[in-house]
Design a protein around this ligand. Structure first.
Ligand code: 5GP
Ligand code: ZN
Length: 132
C-alpha cells in the first residue's frame, strides 16, 4: 500500500484513490491552481481553499502517499521533512511564537476527505480543545 507512485491505486478503509485523479497530485504537478506558500523539493505548502483560521495552510509531500501512516511507513525522512515544512510555514506566517496547530486527519473517523497526505497548519487565533 505504501510508496509513491505515478500510477496505481491505494486502499485504506473505505477510501480508494486513483493517483491520476488525485486533487493534491494535481496541485503538486501545477495542473490545479493553488496559492503556494512554500515550494520545496519534496514538499509543497499552499493555502486551504476553505480556511478555518487566519492561517490555514496545507503541507503535502510531492509524491503520493494516502495518509500520514503510509508516509511514516516509507521511513525515508520525508515525514520529518514535511513536519519541518509545517514549522517553516508557521514561521513564514508569523505564528511561530503565538502558537499553532499541526493536524493530520487520518481516515474516515479522522475526518480525512482528501486521500493524499497533508498536514493542516492552523494559527492566528486561539484553538479550542477538544476538536469537533
Ligand atoms: P482533510 O479533510 O482531508 O483533512 O483536508 C482536506 C482539506 O483540503 C480541506 O480543509 C479542504 O478545505 C481542502 N481543499 C479541498 N479542495 C481543495 C482545493 O481544491 N484547493 C485547496 N487549496 N484546498 C482544498
Ligand atoms: Zn496524490
Amino acid at each position: 500500500m505504501a510508496g509513491p507512485s505515478g500510477t496505481g491505486r491505494y486502499h485504506r478503509a473505505t477510501m480508494i484513490v486513483d493517483v491520476a485523479d488525485c486533487l493534491f497530485c494535481g496541485i503538486a504537478a501545477g495542473q490545479i491552481p493553488a496559492t503556494i506558500v512554500l515550494d520545496g523539493k519534496r514538499t509543497l505548502a499552499f493555502r486551504d481553499i476553505n480556511p478555518q483560521a487566519p492561517t490555514h495552510v496545507l503541507v503535502i509531500s510531492r509524491d503520493h502517499y494516502p495518509d500520514v501512516a503510509a508516509l511514516a511507513e516509507a521511513g525515508d525522512g520525508l515525514l520529518d521533512e514535511l513536519v519541518g515544512s509545517a514549522r517553516a510555514v508557521a514561521a513564514a506566517e508569523g505564528v511561530e511564537d503565538s502558537g499553532y496547530r499541526v493536524v493530520f486527519n487520518t481516515g474516515a473517523d479522522g475526518g480525512q476527505t482528501v486521500g493524499h497526505v497533508h498536514a493542516h497548519v492552523l494559527g492566528g487565533r486561539p484553538m479550542t480543545w477538544p476538536p469537533g
